[in-house]
Ligand binder design. Sequence first.
Ligand code: COA
Length: 175
Amino acid sequence: MTTYIYPGSFDPVTNGHLDIIRRASAMCSKLIVAIGHNRQKKPMFSLKERIALLNAAIENIECNQNIEIASFEGLLATYARKRGATVIVKGLRAMSDFEYEFQMALLNEHIDDSLETIFLITNIKYTYLSSSAVKELAENNASLRGLVPDNVIEELEQKYGRRLSNAADARAANH
Ligand code: COA
């Protein structure tokens, strides 16, 4: 049994993350999607909200029985070991991600040299996507068409206290 761990801030989860989750879950016996705290970021969505958003979003992934949504504090490598995960999965969107991810992979290997990091190339449709971009688009009432799952659109509408323009359009793009 191989357990993979896919860590991230997921603030909020996007269709880019879901693409990685779907593909990674097909490569292992169990995939732990682990929401971690990035000290440099102040999240818009609470941990509880991010867990709920991820749980609802993976409902739409076929064969999702081996996916678990979890959260951790402290070092990823320590949490991975505690959970029996031997492989860290990360998505690579562009070369700009590489330098940071390379450093993280080496640090994680330094902490626990039995841990491997593998990178999945992000689907071309999502290479320009990030959670910050989603929040900025929502704040400025721009279209989220094809970028996030429906439940995230609903939560963003609640946060901003208004319907997002093109929300119906964005929902249609998800179906
Ligand atoms: N599609 C779309 N967007 C993607 C993506 C994909 N496939 N993959 C990443 N992103 C985006 C995310 O939305 C996020 O956007 P944002 O910066 O606008 O929020 C960005 O890429 C990178 O975020 P993410 O992959 O979630 O990682 P992160 O840099 O926020 O790190 C942890 C989060 C939890 C993985 C990291 O902080 C960590 O490992 N913490 C534990 C401490 C530790 O062990 N440190 C290492 C040793 S010191």
